[in-house]
Design a protein around this ligand. Structure first.
Ligand code: GLA
Length: 743
């Protein structure tokens, strides 16, 4: 049960559930101080000893005659710029007179059950008031007459605290918000390893670690999307923490645009974490009586290592961030035509691919890029969301009906935020792209970004998409976004509001998502941005799954999916079997390994099944039958990472059903060796006293055997083929299905 206590004598707030405590108090100067975030501790009226004041030379003090109270050394909740704290602030406000100083004093608080909605922004939610409690602390700066509301929600389950901030201009003059972070947290020491998920196109979300040291570490994006380069997610873990033990805190930002997550360690080893909209380039003009809502940030504390943290994120994001019809439903097995045909297809060719897929058991056929306007290659057509009649004589309506007549569902690709100069949309509205006056506009893949900060642009795209969706039989949309933003400037906004464009753009994207998902609640949305360039919690609120990467090679996917699983549920990870040689790394991996990796995701095929041999088709049919039987377990089970692809030749992970009666272990080895060592892996999450049948090697073991001495994964053929055993090769993998035996 979640609880929030306010001790009025000491002005102390204590948020707690059975796992964690989060404690703050009003400081002597009226600001809000941070006292503790960690494993649950007893409540007390007075925790003021945690305000670590100290007489230190060469600093600046708040009170005349007192050489102990300097904000520079005191842990705070929403630190301001430019007074006695020299660290990076959570908030910076520019007044008309040029001053950037503010002084936010505690005014009052409010506590309620549940969690209020964030207008226009994605956020976690509750379905009943007893799932969480929310505290709103109100602060006020009397010079700027700015009010700040700090929101903290503590969920009943897991070490979760969510935070967001609302700023109001209650004065009579406009101000500019230059920094308005969603979260600021001061931790008392720096003994943490900072872990981030970074990469590039086709190698997204690789795990990177470094020890914190005095100074600043940050990940961010200035590309207009959350980016392939850095995911809006970061973990602080104690040096002795690992997948299963030790203290870790995960920070995740529910936002899809320019973000920044930063740790600043000061000279006394206090660590300040800030997360929110990237202050670089941000400048939001707030007129009198206007307010600004920051995105939401989520913190998860775990004392059972990274797996404990990830399982909490998975549950929260699967059940209380993702929404709608598909949230709890196993995902359809799909066949996407992109790698099968690229732009080279006709209606008949598509139907041929779909028919073969249907024969194999695939449930959804997805038509990717190339179906609209004059889109014969990537240089034209974006923005003209009308079927190309040369390729699709019966339009999308006709094609979707043909696909449904095969007994499958039909899905369609869009890239709503973009246009090509060679398009009717651009010719009609050349001023609708983001472009700076007197500067040339850079392109990315020959495309330009539509100014989604303008309602009329979003309306126009909505109308085109609505038309196709309402007249055709569409069950799924892949929403792509294939370039980063440059020369960001909106022709519709005045000079002093240009610093708002990046954020307004994302609000426009969210608005279009909201309108489409409300109008077509049963359509399954999959987000995409050249693979995983916008794979973030903001997208997950609208699209319960995302194409994790354009890299569909099974070996590459081990790292991508392993990293992704740090924060994101398996049900959200778009993963398909593609052809060999693979189109990104030209590697040949066995068909079973490609499937064994793709099972741990939404599962599908990214190829023309007509091109496979009879034998391979037999395998595909078996894969689909297997996935249909176990997809609920894969997608909604409890996921454990057991061996990291970043640390060796083997990767192992597993899922366990809620009742712990069924588990599936995925074991993968990149390169084969000869005469190799014995190997075993300790499993997790099983019932110690239950006997499990292992269908892979026909053995029976108790849960405690599998968890303590481990599952034996040694090859029977390590250099020599024994009996009729099939010799292993490179890129080998196995799926172990464990079922509790009825006793
Ligand atoms: C992006 C996507 C791919 C595919 C192409 C189509 O790269 O990530 O999956 O849809 O666009 O142009």
């Amino acid at each position: 049960m979640a609880n929030i206590i306010f001790h009025s004598n000491t002005k102390t707030f204590h948020l707690y559930n059975h796992q964690i405590s989060y404690i703050m108090c009003v400081l002597e100067n009226g600001h809000l101080g941070q006292l503790y975030y960690g494993k649950k501790i007893h409540d007390k009226e007075d925790f003021s000893y945690l305000v670590e004041k100290c007489g230190r030379p060469m600093t600046s003090y708040v009170f005349e005659g007192d050489r102990t109270f300097s904000l520079e050394h005191i842990r705070q909740e929403y630190p301001v710029y430019g007074s006695t704290d020299y660290r990076h602030p959570a908030v910076e406000i520019l007044q008309e007179n040029g001053s950037r100083i503010s002084d936010f004093q505690y005014q009052c608080y409010e506590i309620c059950g549940g969690k209020p909605k964030l207008n226009g922004l994605p956020a976690t939610y509750t379905e009943s008031d007893d799932e969480a409690m929310t505290l709103c602390v109100v602060l006020y700066d009397k010079v700027t007459q700015m009010k700040v509301e700090l929101f903290y929600t503590i969920f009943e389950k897991g070490g979760v605290i969510t935070r967001s901030v609302k700023l109001y201009n209650e004065g009579t003059r406009p101000v500019h918000l230059l920094t308005a972070m969603s979260l600021s947290l001061d931790l008392p020491d720096k003994e943490y390893v900072w872990m981030q998920l970074s990469g590039a196109w086709s190698r997204e979300r690789h795990v990177k670690n470094r020890m914190l040291e005095p100074g600043i570490v940050a990940i961010d994006s200035m590309r207009g999307n959350s980016s392939h380069e850095h995911n809006p997610f970061m973990v602080l873990k104690r040096p002795n923490a690992d997948e299963n033990n030790g203290e870790v805190i995960g920070f995740s930002l529910i936002y899809s645009g320019n973000f920044r997550i930063q740790a600043e360690v000061d000279t006394h080893d206090v660590t300040r974490i800030t997360a929110g909209i990237n202050p670089a380039g941000f400048d939001w003009k707030l007129e009198p009586r206007e307010s600004f809502q920051t995105p939401e940030a989520v913190m998860v504390y775990s004392d059972t290592g990274l797996n404990g943290m990830s399982q909490t994120f998975h549950r929260l994001y699967r059940k209380r961030l993702a929404r709608g019809y598909w949230r709890d439903r196993p995902r359809p097995i799909l066949n996407n035509n992109w790698e099968a045909t690229y732009f080279d297809f006709t209606e008949d060719r598509l139907v041929e691919i779909a028919a073969k897929a249907k024969e194999c058991g695939v449930e959804l056929f997805v038509l990717d890029d190339g179906w609209f306007g004059e889109r014969n290659n990537d240089q034209a057509g974006l923005g003209d969301w009308i079927a190309n009649r040369e390729r699709l004589p019966r339009g999308i309506k006709g094609l979707s009906e043909r696909i449904e007549a095969l007994g499958m569902k039909f899905g369609l690709w869009f890239e709503p935020e973009m246009t090509n100069k060679d398009s009717d949309l651009y010719r009609a509205h050349p001023d609708w792209i983001l472009q700076t006056p007197e500067r040339s506009a850079s392109h990315g893949r020959y495309q330009y970004v539509l100014d989604f900060s303008r309602k009329e642009v979003v309306d126009c795209i909505y109308k085109m998409m609505y038309q196709i969706l309402s007249e055709s039989r569409i069950s799924y949309i892949k929403w792509d976004m294939n370039r980063s933003i440059t020369e960001c400037y909106s022709a519709a906004l005045p000079a002093d509001r240009q610093g708002e464009v990046f954020h307004r753009y994302i609000l426009g994207v969210y608005d279009l998502y909201e309108r489409l998902t409300s109008a077509f609640p049963q359509v399954l949305f999959e987000s995409c941005a050249s693979g995983g360039g916008r794979f973030d919690p903001g997208m997950l609120y609208y699209a319960p799954q995302g194409w994790a990467s354009d890299d569909s090679d099974a070996v590459e996917r081990l790292k991508i999916q392993y990293g992704t699983s740090m924060c994101y549920p398996i049900s959200s990870i778009g993963s398909h079997v593609s052809v060999t040689p693979n189109h990104q790394v030209f590697r040949n991996t066995p068909l079973h390994t490609r499937a064994n990796v793709a099972y741990f995701g939404t599962f599908g095929y990214e190829l023309d099944l007509n091109k496979l041999s009879e034998k391979e088709i037999g395998q595909v049919k078996e894969q689909i039958t297997f996935m249909k039987e176990y997809r609920e377990l894969f997608q909604f089970g409890t996921f454990y990472r057991l061996k990291s692809p970043f640390e060796g030749n083997e990767t192992v992970w597993m899922v366990v059903s809620e009742d712990q009666n069924t588990a599936i272990v995925g074991w993968y080895r990149v390169l084969n060796g000869v005469n190799m060592s014995y190997s075993r892996v300790q499993l997790k999450g099983l019932k110690a006293d239950t006997l499990y049948e292992n269908t892979q090697n026909n053995t029976e073991n108790y849960g405690d055997e599998l968890m303590n001495l481990g599952l034996i994964t040694t090859d029977v053929t390590s250099g020599e083929v024994v009996g009729d055993a099939v010799p292993c090769t490179d890129f080998e993998s196995r799926i172990y299905l464990l079922k509790a035996k009825e006793q």
